[in-house]
Design a protein around this ligand. Structure first.
Ligand code: LLP
Length: 418
């Protein structure tokens, strides 16, 4: 559970009224609870504590330096998918030996950067990438630790845009080609095989796809063993879902109970890459009602946050709860909650029943801690919003609001136009 709750009629984050932060900072802003962030990591970690494991937080979910530092201090590593994410993780103090690097399109420069930093391993997604890593490692006089990311052809039963483990997805090496790729890896002199990786999708609400995928991977691990190819790490990826509305995803304990018996005799260290389950419900987006517009067809609650700030409803049709920062006893309204962006897809909620707000009221879009700020853009030349962390009664600005100068930084008008 999380630490956003009403005290009287006022929504609080831990001991701080949300409206107080709005008064100081303006709106919109992302707001995270330290206590939720920290507890979620501990609960997840505790669920696996009987077995050797490394938690590599999938920083694409939420990559603010302060939050990464918090997780680094609590012992987590990082799952990264770009040179930029690696840079952030290191800046925040993540240990290179707890960083794993996935992604189908690593560039030569990114591979070299990761090699120089001595990350725990690359999660390799094709034979082409394997050869590239070997070539770059040779040039750099390094040996690259790798796991092959295997695509187990398992349906994650989630939104198609966030499923990754079916054979027609771009991710990983098809399971039937895995052995030949491990054989190739063994031949490459600057590659050291250390692990196997899979990640079948995000926002999974049942354990069975995880179990089915892991079983397929374990068969492979045994086949590899028979060929003399030893695996030290089994990385089962991320993907555990959270409650946005009425989903009831497995608790981390239940998840661990399903996973641990399967790996317990493998002799391997387990790597986990949770993202959303740690941070999703630890953050909200606070926005202000600008206008309430009623047309013959529909009601619109127009707010100052848009799809550039939080794209999940637009991109995945995702449901995120919207609640008032101050409860009113008044009546309700059914409306689309929309932003100021010039797109009909700019909505935070569709046909949503809300307690009738007034202009100037603050609303909280819940469960916005994962894939919220990290997917924000400057579309329509909108400065990105600040991020705030609350710990008890203390308020920390962990990312400033961008200004208009930030919007044009790096842009240049060529001489001939001067
Ligand atoms: N590991 C790998 C290799 C991944 O690609 C991902 C997420 C994770 C771990 C973490 O998954 P999680 O535990 O957060 O489910 N933007 C989408 C989600 C995209 C997930 C991409 N990969 C959304 O807002 O729902």
């Amino acid at each position: 559970m999380h630490d956003f709750f009403y005290k009287g009629s006022e929504l609080h984050c831990e001991a701080v009224p949300v409206s107080l932060i709005a008064k100081r900072l303006g709106t919109p802003f992302y707001l995270y609870s330290y206590s939720t962030l920290s507890r979620h990591l501990k609960v997840f970690d505790r669920a696996f504590n009987k077995y050797p494991h490394v938690i590599c937080f999938a920083i694409k979910a939420c990559s603010n330096l302060a939050i990464l530092r918090l997780y680094a201090r609590e012992g987590a590593g990082a799952d990264v998918v770009s040179g930029g994410e690696l840079f952030r993780s290191l800046k925040a103090g993540m240990e290179p030996k707890k960083i794993v690097y996935a992604g189908v399109g690593k560039t030569d420069e990114e591979i070299l950067y990761a090699l120089k930093k001595g990350i725990l391993m690359f999660n390799v997604e094709s034979s082409e990438e394997l050869r590239a890593i070997d070539r770059i490692a040779k040039k750099a006089g390094k040996k690259a630790r790798v796991a092959l990311r295997v695509n187990p052809d398992i349906d994650a039963r989630t939104h198609p845009y966030i499923a990754t483990g079916l054979r027609d997805h771009k991710f990983g090496i098809p399971i039937e080609e895995a052995i030949e790729n491990y054989r190739l890896a063994r031949k490459l002199s600057n590659i050291e095989i250390v692990g196997i990786h899979k990640h079948i999708g995000s926002q999974l609400t049942e354990v069975s796809p995880f179990v089915d995928a892991l079983n397929r991977i374990l068969i492979l691990v045994n086949e590899l063993k028979a060929e003399g190819i030893g695996i030290k790490y089994i990385n089962i990826g991320g993907g555990l879902g959270i409650t946005y509305n009425d989903e009831s995803p497995p608790h981390p304990e239940e998840f661990a109970k399903a996973i641990l018996p399967l790996v317990k005799d493998s002799g391997c260290t387990l790597i986990l890459e949770p993202g959303r389950v740690l941070v999703g419900n630890a953050g909200i987006l606070v926005t202000k009602v600008l206008y309430i517009k009623k047309t013959r067809e529909k009601n619109f609650v127009i707010v100052d946050a848009g799809m550039n700030d939080l794209i999940r409803p637009t991109l995945y049709g995702a449901y995120q709860k919207i609640i008032p920062a101050k409860k009113r006893k008044d009546s309700t309204i059914t409306a689309d909650v929309v932003g100021p962006i010039c797109e009909s897809a700019d909505f935070l909620a569709k046909d949503r029943k809300l307690s009738l707000p007034k202009e100037g009221d603050l609303m909280a879009v819940m469960s916005a801690g994962a894939y919220g700020f990290t997917m924000a853009s400057n579309y329509n030349s909108r400065p990105r919003v600040p991020e705030v962390l609350v710990k008890g009664s203390r308020i920390f600005l962990i990312r400033e609001r961008e200004n208009y100068d930030d919007l044009i930084r790096g842009e240049k008008i060529p001489r001939f136009l001067e």
